[in-house]
Design a protein around this ligand. Structure first.
Ligand SMILES: NC(=O)c1ccc[n+]([C@@H]2O[C@H](COP(=O)([O-])OP(=O)(O)OC[C@H]3O[C@@H](n4cnc5c(N)ncnc54)[C@H](O)[C@@H]3O)[C@@H](O)[C@H]2O)c1
Length: 257
């Protein structure tokens, strides 16, 4: 049986989220796209790469507990069902853990972990009744451990753990749950990194280049598709081989800390 791709993409005004939404919409998916950035969402929904009307924007804050039910109601009203959820929104704030204000730590966990899980919880009953679903969350290679990003790593590691547990729970219902863990991808999120750090990071990537939003978009689109049905509970690293080559020891930029 062929299932239409209809669902929700969060963080869809961002680098990876917009690439995923446009790639899927270009292949015929109908999606509710959401983000804090209302102007950015409008530009994505109106982009030429999206087939007319395939992307419906609805701005919202992942910190708002009412957002998940509102998104699900809207998606069901528009499409009648939800077969896909892509959790792409995210927020990065570097702090050594001893120096991190507890509010910042909570915000990192709320945006990167609690918000995506709330939305997952809201879509699952509808996927269960359809006996089919694809849930993909964007974690990060930082989940493996990274200096200076302990709050972000904690939140993204939580997504990895939740994905493994929920995959077991929902597999009997035809729902797969997976994570992708990008390494360094050139997007607005990484745009503010100092150039000398960017150079060092790129030098440490075995394939010899930064990742692009299309690297992330292609992998997520595959996982959204029906062909990925034998993959669940996995976290797939998309980092140009850096997770293999770089030992998790003190990185040179942090030797002074
Ligand atoms: N770029 C990288 O190198 C990289 C590496 C690993 C993981 N990631 C993850 O990939 C995902 C996409 O990131 P990106 O690189 O495209 O960055 P991005 O900053 O371009 O996109 C993130 C989007 O999330 C939205 N967002 C942030 N806080 C929000 C909130 N409270 N409510 C709703 N939306 C909110 C932002 O407005 C933005 O559009 C994120 O989850 C990020 O953590 C990125």
């Amino acid at each position: 049986m062929r299932h239409d791709v209809v669902g929700i993409v969060t963080g869809a005004a961002g680098g990876i989220g917009s690439a995923v939404a446009l790639r899927l919409a270009g292949a015929g998916a109908r999606l509710l796209i959401t983000d804090l950035d209302e102007g950015g969402l409008g530009r994505v929904a109106g982009a030429r790469a999206a087939r007319s009307g395939n992307l419906i924007p609805m701005a919202g804050d992942m910190l708002d507990p009412d957002l998940a039910p509102r998104l699900v109601d809207k998606a069901l009203g528009e499409f009648g069902q939800i077969t896909a959820l892509v959790n792409c929104s995210g927020w990065l704030k570097d702090h050594r853990v001893q120096e991190m204000p507890v509010d910042t730590f909570r915000r990192l966990v709320d945006i990167n972990l609690v918000g995506p899980l709330r939305l997952l919880d809201a879509v699952v009953p509808h996927m269960k009744s359809a006996g089919y679903g694809r849930i993909i969350s964007v974690a990060s290679r930082a989940w493996l451990g990274t200096f200076g990003s302990s709050g972000y790593s904690t939140a993204k590691g939580g997504l990895v753990g939740a994905t493994r547990s929920l995959a077991l729970r929902f597999a009997p219902h035809g729902i797969t749950v997976n994570c992708v863990a990008p390494g360094f991808i050139e997007t607005p999120m990484t745009g503010s990194m100092p150039p000398h750090i960017v150079r060092r990071v790129i030098d440490s990537i075995p394939v010899g280049r930064a990742g692009t939003v299309d690297d992330g978009g292609a992998l997520i689109s595959f996982l959204v598709g029906e062909e990925s049905g034998y993959i669940t509970g996995q976290t797939i690293l998309s980092c140009g081989g850096r997770s293999v080559s770089e030992p998790l020891t003190r990185s040179s930029e942090d030797k002074t800390k």
